[in-house]
Design a protein around this ligand. Structure first.
Ligand SMILES: Cc1ncc(C[n+]2csc(CCOP(=O)(O)OP(=O)(O)O)c2C)c(N)n1
Ligand SMILES: [Mg+2]
Length: 823
């Protein structure tokens, strides 16, 4: 909502109509002979060679899956193989003009795209560059395998490298492109511009937008291609990605050096089918997919349908569209028609299409038609084509023999501790700046920031010199502490960007970013469309390319809208890359209160359940600032929980309050907030303050001395301090605002029982929120844990409190009733 965009009622209420321009459909009409001026003979032939390699590679996989053998050599492949036999010309045509700085992101059916892009990159790189890439990639592990019987040129060796690296990855071998941790649907090889492929269809629809944002914001060369299937054009990430990619602000509000559309092509690989559902005529209503571009922006996304069965038509389109995105007029939408002869997977019975249709497409098979055109135009002889087909056979056979041999291509050892996955689930690095030497772009010196000046007048602690409690508004609160760390990082890491809904001007949903608008140009802090999935998904792409992103989801409840991006993308790419890539993304989520059932939930357990995410929940300003520093200098994805109840909370625990300068609070260490002898209360998030109140009441009325610990972090979490506390107290209660069933508290309680059974006089007791919807604020004390709930639970389950009468029954009988009724 920038004030510069004046919405004039006279203009917007005026009569008019929206005009559309025609969307070109299969307009390419040059013959091979006419293309002689654009392609040299070697290039014409290389197009066929590459298509032949793709065809042979996938035919081999099909045979292996269907019959367990290829060319008489047996192999059982247990994993998936989603084949794109028939789609070779679309992949080779796409890759032909792309350089290594042009990055492709794809889907579950990407073997062809990987090989085509790899083969194209080999043409673009000189021998020294190729050798350096192959030698450096995982210390040359893949190269060592292909070198064994490699003879011929460096380029020949590199071809073997690409084909073997991809196949070894598909077969789950350690020398594969991603150490076998990606597999068929996720294989990729960044040095050749081949970026993650996604088994969650449409998953690249927003990740690629983040990659393009990275290139644009940081002035990196190249363009980004999102390869998405036609049926996946319906997916949320694709739509949200398109919306994020076409925001008007890139062309209107961003400063001159960054103005212009994203360098991005949404390449819909239109094979006319999903698995069996048929978008044109059945599951979608667009008639032709290219129509989608029409409604998105005035440029209609430069949408076009092109004939992907003709490699030259695809190359022609890429030549034209590359120019469009390079002049800052992107993104582009291409509807690249093609056809797969293979089933969705080898087990596909193909009940959804007719033999006639298949035969009709076989008649125009690019692997037959294109070489015939070359011969007819006198560009080469049939013998030369035959030789290329034989060469493709040899290349794939060499790779196949090596990739199936366990002696040559062993699998990663995942049984010895610490194994590969132990080492790569998190990268655990500290990096101050992801582009050292580049000055961060800011608008004003840090000290001139209006909020920094305002905060200078506040107390850093909750107490004055005499130890008297100050009013919250006179102190630095959690909101301010977060701001200080974030602002500081913007002046340290030039790649850092923050975006989300209402991040600019408004100051972030809950005011954490107030003061950032004055400090940062648009391209480092911007409002995103209401597209939580794309907000997180694009952050993933931004990080995969080498940047650092801080994104905000207003309410924790909206995590559901970004479920795939948080649970399947953010969490997994470090490990699925074999440890090659980092994921420095911080997702801020705020746990609400007062706003009822869909704005008040604490979903820490959902995040903690997913391997690959770090999950923290600071409850004090000191921790909020120190943990934000840790998050924004780390290299792992962090889901950073905040609670709206305590944004104004000043520092009560650390003497001197929140330090003005920089410091870090490492993840994983719980902290004792109040010492005690008789009972430990372990809290997550804002219940810390209610637990302290309960402890005061227990001490006063029952003489029970409580030790209160603040978990601060859920993943990682070191249980040692809790066990030490139990050595004293021998009893523990755990509390947080999350609904009790399946909460992280339950995980902790079970783990504590297992680790410290001997030290416990009673089982750990969990006091979470009730397993209901969150009711209205006026009655929320019936739902969230309050001190009396803690006292009730202690009295009924841990130790009877002298003279205490239960306020709300939580006896064993009552818990049995609740469980039996699903409450
Ligand atoms: C989110 C998601 N939903 C469903 C699937 C199962 N699935 C795998 S492939 C596929 C069809 C995708 O069709 P399309 O996008 O046209 O790509 P194609 O398979 O034709 O290459 C489906 C539904 C999935 N992998 N991910
Ligand atoms: Mg399809």
């Amino acid at each position: 909502m920038p004030k510069s965009c004046f919405i004039d009622p006279r203009t917007v209420r005026a009569r008019g109509e929206i005009a559309f321009t025609p969307i070109p459909v299969n307009q390419y009409d040059r013959t091979v002979a006419q293309e002689r001026d654009r392609f040299r003979k070697e290039e014409f032939l290389r197009i066929h060679r590459d298509m032949a390699v793709l065809r042979t590679f996938e035919t081999m996989l099909n045979e292996v899956k269907l019959r367990g053998t290829w060319k008489g050599i047996a192999y059982t492949h247990r994993g998936p193989a989603h084949l794109s036999i028939g789609q070779e010309s679309a992949a080779v045509g796409q890759a032909f003009l792309l350089g290594v700085d042009d990055h492709i992101y794809g889907s579950h059916r990407s073997h062809g795209e990987i090989l085509a892009k790899g083969l194209s990159a080999i043409e673009k790189l000189d021998d020294d560059a190729l050798l350096a890439i192959m030698r450096n990639y995982f210390d040359g592990a893949c190269l060592r395998v292909v070198e064994r019987d490699g003879s011929g040129s460096v380029k020949d060796l590199a071809i073997d490298f690409v084909v073997y690296g991809a196949l070894a990855e598909i077969f789950g071998r350690e020398a594969g492109f991603n150490k076998g941790m990606g597999g068929s649907m996720h294989a990729f090889f960044p040095p050749f511009g081949i970026y993650p492929n996604n088994a969650v269809v449409g998953g690249s629809g927003d990740i690629a937008v983040g990659a393009a944002l990275f290139k644009k914001i940081n002035h990196k060369p190249g363009i980004v291609i999102a390869n998405v299937g036609d049926a996946s054009s319906a997916c949320g990430p694709v739509w949200e990605g398109i919306c994020l990619a076409t925001m008007a602000q890139y062309k209107t509000l961003w400063d001159e050096a960054h103005r212009g559309g994203l360098p991005l092509v949404f390449n819909f690989v239109n094979n006319f089918y999903g698995m069996g559902g048929q978008p044109e005529g059945e599951t979608m209503g667009f008639g032709m997919l290219a129509r989608l571009g029409a409604g998105i922006n005035p440029e209609q996304m430069h949408a076009e349908r092109i004939d992907g069965f003709n490699p030259l038509a695809v190359i022609d389109a890429y030549g034209r569209k590359k120019e469009v995105v390079q002049r800052g007029d992107g993104p582009v939408l291409l509807d690249v028609l093609t056809y797969r002869y293979s089933g969705h997977s080898p087990s596909d019975a193909m009940s959804y299409r007719s033999r006639e249709e298949l035969a009709a497409w076989r008649d125009v098979d690019p692997l037959l038609v294109y070489p015939a055109q070359l011969v007819e135009a006198g560009i080469c002889s049939q013998d030369e084509i035959d030789a290329l087909n034989a060469l493709a056979d040899e290349i794939v056979l060499r790779a196949y023999r090596k990739a199936i041999d366990l002696n040559v291509s062993p699998r990663a050892d995942l049984k010895t501790t610490p194994c590969l996955l132990d080492r790569i689930m998190f990268s655990n690095q500290k990096i101050e700046s992801l582009e050292p030497g580049r000055a961060p772009e800011t608008l004003i010196p840090r000290e001139e920031n209006p909020r920094v000046r305002k905060l200078a007048e506040r107390s850093r602690s909750a107490f004055n010199d005499k130890g008297e409690r100050l009013p919250n508004h006179a102190c630095i609160g959690i909101r301010d502490a977060l701001f200080e760390a974030i602002l500081d990082r913007f002046y340290a890491d030039p790649t850092l960007v923050a975006y989300g809904e209402e991040n600019r001007d408004w100051g972030g949903a809950f005011g954490v970013y107030r003061g950032l608008t004055e400090a940062l140009p648009y391209h480092r802090l911007f409002n995103a469309p209401i597209a939580e999935g794309a907000i997180v998904g694009s952050a993933v792409g931004y990080a995969l390319e080498g940047g650092r992103a801080l994104v905000e989801l207003m309410y924790c409840d909206f995590l559901g809208r970004a479920g795939d991006q948080v649970f399947n993308q953010l969490s997994k790419w470090q490990a699925m890359s074999g440890g090659l890539l980092k994921m420095p993304v911080v997702v801020r989520v705020s746990v609400g209160s007062k706003y009822g059932a869909q704005h008040s939930q604490d979903w820490t357990s959902l995040c903690a359940h997913i391997p690959g995410l770090k999950v923290v929940f600071p409850a004090t300003p000191y921790d909020a600032k120190g943990m934000m520093y840790s998050a924004l200098t780390g290299t792992d994805p962090v889901v950073f929980f905040e609670s709206q109840r305590i944004y104004d909370q000043p520092e009560e625990f650390v003497a001197g309050g929140v330090p003005l300068g920089r410091y870090e609070v490492p993840f994983g260490e719980p902290v004792v907030r109040k010492e005690g002898r008789d009972l430990t209360i372990l809290t997550i998030g804002a219940t810390l303050y209610r637990a302290l109140e309960a402890a005061r009441q227990l001490e006063k009325t029952c003489g029970l001395s409580c030790e209160v610990m603040d978990a601060r972090s859920l993943v990682p979490f070191d249980y040692q301090k809790v066990i030490e506390s139990l050595a004293k107290t021998r009893k523990i209660l755990l509390t947080s605002d999350a609904c009790e069933r399946g909460s992280f508290l339950q995980t902790m309680a079970a783990r504590i029982t297992q680790l410290a059974f001997d030290r416990l006089d009673a089982p750990p007791v969990v006091v979470g929120a009730r397993n209901w919807i969150t009711p209205a604020d006026e009655v929320e004390d019936a739902f969230f844990p309050y001190p009396l709930d803690i006292l009730d639970a202690i009295h009924q389950h841990i130790v009877p409190l002298r003279g205490y009468s239960v306020k709300r029954d939580c006896s064993t009988r009552e818990l049995l009733r609740r469980s039996a009724e699903g409450m």
